[in-house]
Write a protein that binds this ligand. Sequence first.
Ligand code: GDP
Ligand code: ZN
Length: 365
Amino acid sequence: MTSSSASPVFSALAPYGWDDAWADEFAPYDTEGLLPGRVVRVDRGQCDVVTPAGTVRADTEFVVPRDPMKVVCTGDWVAVDPDGSDPRYVRTLLPRRTAFVRSTSSKRSEGQILAANVDHAIVAVSLAVEVDLGRIERFLALAWESGAQPLVVLTKADLVPDAVTRAHLVQDVELSAPGVTVLTVSAVEGDGLDVLVGLVSGGTSVLLGQSGAGKSTLANALLGSDVMEVQAARDVDGKGRHTTTTRNLLALPDGGVLIDTPGLRGVGLWDAESGVGQVFSEIEELAERCRFHDCAHDAEPGCAVRGAVESGELSHRRLESYRKLMRENQWIVAKTDARVRAELRREWKRKGAAGRAAMELKRRR
Ligand code: GDP
Ligand code: ZN
């Protein structure tokens, strides 16, 4: 296929995130006459796929039936049958760049994919309540683990009118979020929205954060319309209050794509060890200077991490938060089926595996 921006495929799919790299991945299937598309919704074992020929309906299972890792999810790029009646078959899944996975709480724990090919994970944090740095770190770990770039948006900035106080809050969050941009936004006054619109205009974004953090309000501001139902101020629960939209993946008017699935909203911490490491990168760096390679930063002599706490370079809160997330993560890892995790690593974490995965899928068809 020509990856030229003048091609009909490009003009139909570019608003959904199609780029030259996807065109290259798809090229062998183009030769076979298949249709490229992106999954915009999944329900009852079927999915809606936007294609250059319009939205078509297809089965979600395509390679190994009953394997949850081999089922398409919102955000996936796929190749479907070019014609025939719906539901069609998804003939292949293009290798995922990133994926949000939940390890389900069933006895035989298995991963469930919540969203694929997300570039920006927006962690919404309300300034209407006291900022909980531990909670932010938790969401950041999830975001890093997926492969997406996290971004923290401190919402309801109009409720903190004092600029100095706001700057301090931003600084506190920045210290807990190495490598992450921290923005303040007021959906009421519009402050900061233009910066956010610019950041999400390239690529696919998801909104994470606690109920009431202002995610629906942000989504509506980005979409320029009231697609998401905003929770009434007194509705503390807020579960299941989503307006039914026909799509969970929407093209934004100023560019970029927003994925908002109910599952992502209730996301917890799963196998995110490397994600936790990225959130606490300064601790991991300090740990390299501990005398013992397997230092638990407890009572060991020559511990650089404890040394940093004693000198005030590292806050005690941050070390405790790191420990807590590491412990929690190890418990979840122990629960999660080893085979699923091994497969996850192979398929999504090692960037170099993408080409091989494509070959594998091709071979199995
Ligand atoms: P969600 O549960 O994360 O989707 O949160 P919502 O978007 O439903 O917002 C929760 C509450 O916060 C609603 O009452 C909103 O009106 C309010 N809210 C959202 N954004 C802002 C803002 O920028 N300023 C103020 N003052 N309130 C906001
Ligand atoms: Zn140590």
